[in-house]
Ligand binder design. Structure first.
Ligand code: BEZ
Ligand code: FE
Length: 292
């Protein structure tokens, strides 16, 4: 490329940046000017031919067309698989030292799921029985009573209720509460690893780049308590083969939980009504105070 060509290209970038100089909202001005600079730098780096540029436009168009108003959000999935969702999470949750780490929200949360009693079984479909229990505390170690733990996970077939129309309403979803000591208890089935939706543009991108589409087994939590920052996180099964290569980069070491096999006929089994062997996972959450 000649110096003249290079100069013309960078002059174009400066001209477009300048076109946004009078944007009244300073944040919007910053966002648009930075977007133009980075987008132009990307295009200058890749130097697409016109067919490639058109293919990119078609790809983004199809990504939008894949979305619906209920369960499918292909743009979030694209953000997740490019690591952008976890970067936004990291920027927005620079947490106090001992607070529980956050991770991606994901597209499968459903509001208004059943309120559940402590230890109630939220699994209406079969799987390996499991107990997940522990304490919700503040960063000084004091119990957080009355925290709402909104939880969701897939069935043993790797699909969420709502996504899989065969599953009963509220299956493997529910809202539990911590008691006065901060204790919570969830009876469920052991989470399994599962593929993210791969029948759209994101699946094509993953296949074309040789990436797999699996997420390591996990249980989702959104924990809310008055006066505390809301925590959106997962607890991952230790030993899962996809822990090191989560398709959406959501794993943090402190979120990995080792479940232990437990026999039926023990006081713990009796307390939670397990008539068979089960897996126990003990996990404590630490919530930071909300900013004043
Ligand atoms: C999930 O864990 O539910 C999820 C997160 C990101 C993309 C797809 C699924
Ligand atoms: Fe999930």
């Amino acid at each position: 490329m000649t110096t003249d060509n290079r100069n013309a290209e960078s002059a174009l970038t400066e001209q477009v940046v300048a076109a946004f100089a009078d944007t009244p909202d300073p944040r919007l001005r910053q966002v648009m000017q930075s977007l133009v600079r980075h987008l132009h730098a990307f295009v200058a780096d890749v130097e697409p031919d016109e067919a490639e540029w058109l293919a990119a436009i078609r790809y983004l168009t199809q990504t939008g067309q894949m979305c619906d108003d209920v369960v499918r959000q292909e743009f979030i999935l694209l953000s997740d698989t490019l690591g952008v969702s976890m970067l936004v999470d990291a920027i927005n949750h620079r947490k106090p030292g001992n607070a529980t780490a956050s991770t991606v929200f994901g597209p499968f949360y459903m509001a208004g799921m059943p309120d559940r009693a402590p230890g109630e079984d939220m699994a209406l479909t079969p799987g390996l029985p499991a107990l997940v229990h522990g304490y919700v505390r503040d960063t000084d170690g004091r119990p957080v009573a009355g925290a709402v733990l909104d939880v969701w996970q897939t069935a043993a077939n790797g699909m969420y209720s709502g996504q899989d129309k065969q599953q009963p309403h509220g299956n493997l979803r529910g809202r539990y509460r911590s008691d006065d000591s901060g204790y919570y208890a969830i009876r469920t089935i052991l989470p399994v690893s599962y593929p993210i939706p791969d029948d759209g543009p994101v699946g094509r991108m993953m296949a074309a780049t040789g990436r797999h589409v699996y997420r390591p087994a996990h249980l989702h939590f959104m924990i809310e308590a008055p006066g505390y920052r809301t925590l959106v996180t997962h607890v991952f099964n230790a030993g899962d083969p996809y822990l090191a290569s989560d398709a959406v980069f959501g794993v943090k070491p402190a979120l990995v939980l080792a479940y232990s096999p437990r026999a039926s006929g023990t006081p713990l089994a009796a307390r939670f009504g397990f008539g068979t062997d089960f897996h126990e996972g003990a996990y404590d959450f630490v919530l930071p105070r909300a900013p004043e």
